[in-house]
Design a binder for this molecule. Structure first.
Ligand SMILES: NC(=O)c1ccc[n+]([C@@H]2O[C@H](COP(=O)([O-])OP(=O)(O)OC[C@H]3O[C@@H](n4cnc5c(N)ncnc54)[C@H](OP(=O)(O)O)[C@@H]3O)[C@@H](O)[C@H]2O)c1
Length: 379
């Protein structure tokens, strides 16, 4: 045990000695990469988002040196809420983060954020299906990623982990399972979110042609606690409030802890220029929503919202937006996704890292407990 070093670094030094003793060159290489990773500055973009905040919790717990981007002070509360899902005394870990105010569309501030950084996790994005926000979604997701990729190259970043989405994968012709080779079809009626996430991936691949080392992860719906206003957190909130309807489609889901563990393992590994689907299990919306309801101890959604009903609903949602200016909640593409059945194949990542995903039902139970802790039923 080396005094003064975080526990994880000590474990790796010990492993290093064991591996030297055994003469295992491969393992030794992996350990050298790990030691390099630990001694470096890591930048996380989108530190106030679901993925960024959970990643920051794990990285600060592991004793890493972290810089993270935020846009407004108000949103730092998101990160604190996420940290509070893990521990009451999160201030110590939260204060270890060097926060930098950066908009990824602002090249000079992004360049400053990258100074002395070795590894980058790119979690910042505009996650939205709203057609009226088309231009902004394009700019943040494609142009923002292009800016980051360019600056990673000029700042000689060792490796970038880019968070993409299963929305960038194509549709299989005969309903077979979707894998990393299921090619995107630009002729399909793709959502604005999918188009821009695909464009962002293209920027990362372009960067790899210019010498950048990168890995891309393509998660499905990520289940994690702490942010309840949108994303998977809002599903817990809606069901807790008494959601009556479920939809007829299926959903590829993944616990946040698996997403984070895989991102870290990929960045530390010598794997480069690959992309990986991150789906733990494929569920129907019905079983998914009913499992959440059971876990929250509330009535399960019991009525099916058939595609015909969703088609009426997204049109009404459009009309409401036009008349009142309120944000779109149900778009045409979202309605289609909710009633479509797809199956995702996760074997590429499982084989690459010898990884086993954790059971989704356990994650639903953990997130429900976090939700009920943050919003006790008698409040
Ligand atoms: N959550 C999921 O289920 C899911 C599934 C598949 C893929 N993904 C992908 O995972 C990544 C992270 O998603 P998430 O769920 O964490 O999203 P999120 O909660 O909406 O967080 C997005 C983050 O990006 C930041 N951001 C947005 N525009 C920015 C800009 N112009 N400059 C700098 N930062 C900006 C946001 O800052 P503010 O807080 O200031 O808005 C926020 O910190 C995204 O690439 C998303 O496409 C997410």
């Amino acid at each position: 045990m080396l005094r003064g070093l975080p526990r994880n670094q000590n474990i790796f030094f010990n492993e290093c000695l064991v591996s030297l003793h055994r003469g295992s060159l491969l393992k030794f290489n992996a350990i050298i990469l790990n030691i390099h990773y630990f001694s470096c500055m890591i930048l996380v973009t989108g530190g106030t988002g679901l993925v960024g905040a959970h990643l920051l919790y794990r990285l600060t717990s592991d004793g890493e040196t972290i810089r993270a981007t935020y846009r407004t002070e108000k949103k730092l509360q998101n990160t604190k809420n996420v940290f509070s899902c893990y521990t009451k005394n999160f201030d110590k870990l939260f204060n270890k983060i060097e926060w930098v105010k950066v908009d990824i569309l602002d090249v000079p501030s992004l360049d400053t954020a990258l100074k002395d950084v070795t590894y980058v996790y790119h979690c910042a994005a505009f996650v939205s299906f709203e057609p009226n926000k088309h231009q902004l979604i394009r700019r943040i997701n494609i142009e923002g990623t292009a800016n980051l990729v360019n600056l990673c190259i000029t700042n000689k970043i060792t490796k970038l982990c880019h968070v993409s989405s299963i929305a960038t994968l194509g549709n299989p012709i005969h309903n077979e399972a979707i894998d990393e080779e299921t090619i995107w079809n630009p002729e399909d009626d793709n959502s604005i979110y999918g188009i821009t996430k695909y464009g962002a991936e293209m920027e990362v691949w372009r960067g790899t042609q210019e010498g950048l080392n990168a890995v891309i992860v393509n998660p499905g719906v990520i289940i994690g606690g702490g942010i309840w206003r949108y994303g998977s957190g809002s599903i817990f909130k809606k069901i807790h409030k008494g959601q009556r309807y479920y939809t007829s489609g299926s959903v590829g889901v993944v616990p946040i802890k698996d997403v984070i563990a895989i991102m870290i393992a990929l960045l530390k590994s010598d794997i480069t220029n690959q992309r990986y689907i991150l789906i733990a299990e494929n569920w129907t919306y019905k079983t998914f929503m009913q499992a959440i309801a059971k876990s929250l101890k509330v009535k399960s959604p019991y009525k099916i919202a058939k595609p015909q009903l969703l088609n009426i609903m997204w049109r009404l949602d459009w009309l409401k937006h036009k008349l009142t200016g309120k944000r779109r909640v149900l778009t045409k593409h979202l309605a289609h996704t909710l009633s479509t059945n797809k199956n995702y194949d996760n074997s590429k990542i499982c084989n690459a890292l010898n990884y086993e995903f954790s059971p989704v039902i356990d994650c639903i139970s953990e997130v429900s407990t976090q939700y009920l802790y943050q919003f006790p039923p008698d409040l």
